[in-house]
Design a protein around this ligand. Structure first.
Ligand code: HEC
Length: 121
């Protein structure tokens, strides 16, 4: 009986750990993603707020899927250097994805007074 109880506790523990791992794989951990975005130097070209710059595209609230982001990072087609999974794993990129997805994207034109004025001219 005692052994059975221990077995059940271990099994439940494993199931919870697995569920957490699966949950993370799907959604990513934005807080860890922020740390990795800095550690791996993504911010150097993409900006601290993922806003993009002369050297990198905007990533804030990206329209890419998580698979799309991973695919691009592994085999970029432009000026961006490739990152292999030795440098940044798929799980880490999923966390980075969660982070950049959570960042606010650009304001719509109607919320930028000067552009709003211009668009009415
Ligand atoms: C040396 C500069 C540089 C660094 C460092 C860099 N990128 Fe990029 N990235 C770019 C540039 C430039 C582009 C625009 C397309 C191109 O030229 O490859 C880009 C494009 C992208 C895109 C495609 C965006 C889109 O909407 O199509 C993703 C996703 C991306 N980067 C993710 C990352 C991640 C994640 C990191 C960190 C692991 C990173 N980048 C580090 C320069 C960089």
């Amino acid at each position: 009986m005692k052994h059975f109880t221990v077995f059940v506790m271990v099994a439940v523990g494993a199931a919870v750990a697995l569920a957490q791992a699966v949950g993370n794989a799907q959604t990513g951990n934005a807080e860890n993603g922020k740390r990795l975005f800095l550690r791996d130097g993504c911010y150097e070209c993409h900006g601290y707020a993922g806003q993009g710059s002369r050297d990198g595209a905007r990533l804030a609230s990206t329209i890419l899927s998580v698979q799309g982001l991973i695919r691009y990072v592994r085999r970029p087609t432009g000026a961006m250097p490739a990152f292999t999974d030795k440098v940044v794993s798929d799980q880490e990129l999923t966390d980075i994805y969660a982070y950049v997805k959570s960042l606010p994207g650009p304001k719509p034109v109607k919320d930028i007074p000067l552009l709003n004025q211009l668009s009415k001219q």
